[in-house]
Design a protein around this ligand. Structure first.
Ligand SMILES: Cc1ncc(COP(=O)(O)O)c(C=O)c1O
Length: 291
């Protein structure tokens, strides 16, 4: 498979170009029913790309065609075992990570500055959070995430914790020492989950901090739409773990996502990998670009 291909985007584009008459949802029927001012501003093509699930365009919940290939290409680009396309941002990714890696009653070490979707994940998964109070720089008005020392101490006090959940980079752009944190987790058999919503680009430049997948995180979530070129809501969940069951991740992600995914968002994830800096030039297929 080549990174200059975008199997899902190309499928949707070809379908749209064929101007197929719609007898399916969405109800706007290729834009015919859309408000006139909106349609005249955006043009008609957009609506021909806004399709529903049928064999030609594949299903996000049971991918066997272009969505499967696009996800495989994404996984190759990041060097992970599995990548899952998300259409409700990293928010649904954070919930999925906690719900698939943990069982109700498990405890998880989490920094108190985690995004609200992580709190939602804590509630939905039924885990016990063990909070780490992050360092605050009052002068710069910046929050840091958990340091390796704080995590080590938390694991000493709560050795039963199943996982460590880290946000890196933070909203302020502060990256955690994920290599050290992974060493700590590996030595104790703990799962490392990383909210990398603000870091989908990190893997692809040697001068940037080490990314979650390079550090060996078991799972991480990235907002491709925040930093790279996917449309809003387009995010990706990566999995590379001996400690987490891929079938469970697949089920949880499917359970939390809409059955009417927006194919423009999905296509934009595929296109972002091809041209938005994820799959370009020396970035992909060169092994570790940081070395
Ligand atoms: C650290 C962090 N994690 C997760 C999210 C949620 O990401 P999304 O907007 O893609 O759902 C945000 C959003 O701002 C965030 O700042």
């Amino acid at each position: 498979m080549r990174h200059n291909r975008a199997p899902l985007f190309e499928t949707i584009l070809n379908h749209a170009k064929n101007r197929v008459v719609s007898f399916h949802t969405p109800g706007h029927k290729n834009g015919r029913g859309v408000d006139r001012r909106l349609r005249s501003f955006t043009g008609r093509n957009l609506y021909y790309m806004d399709v529903t699930v049928f064999p030609e365009v594949d299903s996000l919940h049971d991918p066997v065609g272009p969505i499967k290939k696009a996800q495989q290409l994404m996984a190759m680009a990041y060097g992970v075992e599995h990548s899952f396309f998300l259409v409700n941002g990293s928010s649904v990714g954070n919930m999925s990570m906690l719900m698939s890696a943990c069982r109700p009653g498990d405890s998880v070490i989490i920094s108190r500055n985690a995004h609200k979707s992580t709190m939602a994940g804590v509630i939905l998964s039924g885990v016990w959070p063990i909070w780490i109070q992050p360092k605050v720089d009052q002068n710069l008005d910046i929050l840091f995430d958990s340091s390796p020392e704080q995590i080590e101490e938390a694991l000493r006090l709560f050795p039963e914790a199943k996982a460590v959940f880290v946000t890196s980079p933070t909203y302020n752009g502060v990256a955690a020492d994920l290599v050290k944190i992974k060493e700590i987790c590996r030595a104790r058999g703990k799962i490392l989950l990383v909210d990398e919503a603000h870091g989908p680009h990190l893997k692809f430049h040697k001068d940037l901090p080490v990314s979650a997948v390079e550090a060996g995180a078991d799972m991480c979530v990235q907002s491709t739409h925040k930093i790279l070129s996917a449309l809003s809501q387009g995010s990706v969940l990566h999995l590379q773990s001996d400690l987490i069951d891929v079938a469970r991740v697949r089920k949880v992600v499917s359970m939390l996502q809409t059955t009417s995914p927006n194919y423009l968002i999905l296509s934009s994830l595929d296109a972002a990998r091809r041209s938005g800096g994820v799959g370009r030039g020396t970035v992909v297929g060169t092994g570790d670009p940081k070395r």
